[in-house]
Design a protein around this ligand. Structure first.
Ligand SMILES: [Zn+2]
Length: 399
């Protein structure tokens, strides 16, 4: 078994507070980290570092857990740059452009879709993303949803069936029939390639009754629930997600006090043992790209809600794969401190995927980490737009 020592770390963010200094990031100074067999085998002061077969010198820089991007739509064809330009010229975003991408995706070959997924996954990895959830949702036929998920599963174990992204044009006047298709043959074809089921619960997409039916049928075959909720306006999505024990409700841009209360008390109704909660996943790339008001992260954090940050990478409303960009937006525009934003983009994303082996650097965790070209995690927000990710290790392997 070969071992790798990452040595001479100026600031090591572990997200494991008991081992390091106070604060949620669990920071060690002048630290080292040993990787064996793709896992973290040891974390501690550099002067006590054990011997190893190989050594990576961090040269005093900061080392962080790799980003956990818990919300991305990578399986699509075409782009919607013209729609973006129109929005920036003053047209509002309504979500209707999804059908444009559905048409292009259905017309694309498997290899074309695979090339896009791999290109974007590689782009994200170079920016520090070591875990990336990938959704279907631009096929919206049995065959196109199944192939979308099969292609996503080639590069990620976190795949999500989003047949309920929008009602496709051919079902526009009979949405009940489309929900039956999603819960029947489409789910049967998708489930072998998926860990999660998601629904776009929004005016113009799926209402509360449809969303409840779709999530319940997915949960019945063992998929975990997630919800696109309260993005374009107030709605039932957040409270529905909490009620059904969803791992995450995503967007959360328009929240009532009752929505915040529901998120703050999520988990209390669960049985004893490991208490999962419903995470509020904020996607500031979407507000940036649609020139919309940002979600109020401060309000959620002050209420005790677990917050994650993710990219929502998709060709319509947020065509970024950059978690550092989302961290910077969250700090500048959403009331988060740099430490809160970094935690939300790493450990928060892991919670949103109900994972305890990523988003954290402690013995036994997956050796997913990044070495910055900077002395501190603060620089991710302090130096926006600058490529600060010097090196990424994924499963202990330099990428
Ligand atoms: Zn989304």
């Amino acid at each position: 078994m070969s071992s790798l020592l990452v040595d001479n770390i100026g600031e090591l963010v572990t997200n494991d507070p008991p081992g390091g200094e106070d604060g949620p990031l669990g920071i060690w100074r002048d630290a080292a980290l040993l990787v064996e067999d793709g896992q973290v085998a040891w974390v501690g002061p550099a002067r006590e570092a054990p011997a190893a077969d190989r050594r990576v010198d961090a040269e005093g820089a900061a080392v962080l857990p790799g980003f956990v991007d818990s919300h991305a739509h990578l399986v699509f064809a075409g782009d919607r740059a013209a729609e973006f330009a129109a929005r920036m010229a003053g047209q509002p975003y309504t979500g209707g452009g999804i059908r444009t991408t559905v048409g292009a995706t259905r017309a694309a070959s498997d290899d074309e879709l695979r090339a896009t997924v791999r290109r974007l996954r590689g782009e994200a990895m170079r920016q520090g993303t070591t875990t990336m959830e990938i959704k279907s949702g631009y096929g919206l036929t049995v065959a196109d949803e199944a192939r979308s998920l099969a292609i996503a599963a080639e590069v990620s174990e976190e795949t999500t069936f989003l047949g309920a992204h929008v009602v496709p044009a051919e079902y526009a006047d009979r949405p009940d029939d489309y929900v039956s298709l999603v819960c029947g043959p489409m789910l049967a074809a998708a489930a072998p390639h998926a860990r999660w089921i998601d629904v776009f619960c929004e005016r113009g997409a799926f209402d509360a009754d449809h969303a409840r039916a779709i999530l319940a049928c997915g949960q019945a075959v063992g998929l975990g629930a997630r919800v696109h909720a309260n993005q374009l306006g107030p709605g039932p999505g957040v409270q529905l997600g909490v009620e059904l024990g969803a791992a995450s409700v995503d967007h959360c841009t328009h929240l009532t006090d009752a929505d915040v209360d529901a998120l703050a008390s999520a988990g209390e109704t669960w049985v004893s043992g490991f208490v999962p909660t419903t995470v509020a996943t904020l996607l500031p790339g979407a507000e940036f790209s649609t020139r919309s008001p940002y979600p109020d992260a401060r309000r959620l954090l002050d209420a005790g809600v677990t917050v994650a940050l993710a990219t929502d990478c998709n060709p319509g409303s947020s065509y970024t794969s950059s978690m550092p960009f989302c961290v910077a937006l969250a700090v500048r525009e959403m009331g988060m401190t740099p430490a809160e934003a970094v935690w939300a983009a790493t450990a928060g994303g892991a919670r949103a995927l109900r994972r305890d082996d990523v988003g954290v650097l402690r013995r036994g965790a997956r050796a997913d980490l990044m070495i910055l070209d900077a002395p501190s995690h603060l620089h991710l927000a302090y130096r926006p737009g600058v490529p600060l990710i010097r090196q990424v290790l994924h499963n202990g392997v330099p990428r």
